[in-house]
Design a protein around this ligand. Structure first.
Ligand code: NAP
Length: 263
């Protein structure tokens, strides 16, 4: 069994990293590890997920929120014991798959644990939105955010999207400042779609001629796109494995993250 540790470059995180390395019985190896321990906030865990999507992730929370992290700083000995005795619970998280096709046919793929967004912060973005093969609308505005259930509490929540229970496997489509007037009409409400749906977004030719700053993001990874033609987004067959000492309750996670203030 191989493991590695990713940590925020803070003194506290680095001390925890050294302590774990002294006490874990397994081989430390960055190359294809079975287990990855991420020390930091959700941002650190998401980066670990992108670097090692096949590994079992253990998150130690030193950040502000800790929606994904299942161990606190005080639980480090518990985490070491859980790994040494191979005694932990695994929760699977849905991932979004994004496929972007450029005008010349080049296809780029990435995946997201929280969300995929497409946006044009400076100029209005015009997109034809399809759900499967059904044309839904001509969207005009800053952009769109497509989130997983676990990502529903991230950017999606700031856009007034719904918080999705982790027992439901759906895709959520939320607008980023959609324009609604007598001239332009969008659905406006966040849409919660079945896990079987595929979202297809087509960029109007005029947009990529006029919009110099069109961005696609997959979590923290951002792609400046010059000549995007179509973006497909759907739930991946692959899931991310996140470990915890005992099964975590979704409602506890929501309360801990959003309602109970830190003293
Ligand atoms: P980041 O610092 O990694 O994340 C931004 C904030 O969102 C942090 O406070 C982070 O918690 C929290 N967070 C991440 N995933 C979460 C989740 N599933 N539920 C609840 N809170 C969550 O920022 P970044 O490096 O730019 O990474 C990109 C992420 O930022 C994206 O995935 C997106 O969700 C988020 N974002 C949010 C907004 C917004 O809300 N207006 C705009 C753009 C991007 P920690 O402090 O524990 O790391």
């Amino acid at each position: 069994m191989k493991y590695c540790i990713l940590s925020r470059d803070f003194e506290e995180s680095n001390k925890i990293k050294e302590y774990i390395k002294l006490n874990l019985k397994h081989e430390y190896n960055n190359n294809n590890p079975d287990i990855v321990i991420a020390i930091g906030g959700d941002g650190t865990i998401i980066k670990a997920a992108h670097e090692y999507p096949k590994a079992i992730l253990f998150g130690i929370h030193t950040g502000h929120l800790g929606f994904y992290a299942n161990y606190l700083v005080n639980d480090v000995d518990l985490l070491i014991n859980d790994i040494n005795t191979n005694n932990y619970n695994i929760e699977e998280y849905s991932l979004l798959q994004a496929e972007f096709v450029s005008k010349n046919g080049t296809v780029t793929n990435d995946f997201a644990l929280n969300e995929v967004t497409i946006s044009s912060p400076l100029r209005t973005l015009t997109l034809d939105v399809y759900i499967d093969d059904h044309f839904l609308e001509k969207y005009r505005g800053t952009g769109l955010c497509i989130s997983t259930p676990s990502g529903s509490t991230a950017y999606n929540k700031s856009l007034h999207g719904a918080i999705v229970d982790n027992l439901v496997n759906v895709i959520q489509l939320t607008e980023i400042a959609g324009i609604n007037s007598n001239a332009y009409r969008t659905i406006s409400s966040p849409m919660v779609l079945s896990d079987k749906r595929r979202i297809k977004l087509e960029v109007e030719a005029k947009t990529y001629q006029e919009t110099s700053d069109l961005f696609i993001t997959a979590d923290h990874v951002s792609y400046p796109v010059k000549e995007l033609k179509t973006l497909y987004i759907f739930l991946s067959d692959k899931k991310l494995k996140m470990a915890s000492h005992d099964k975590k309750n979704f409602m506890d996670r929501i309360t801990r993250t959003f309602l109970v203030s830190k003293e």
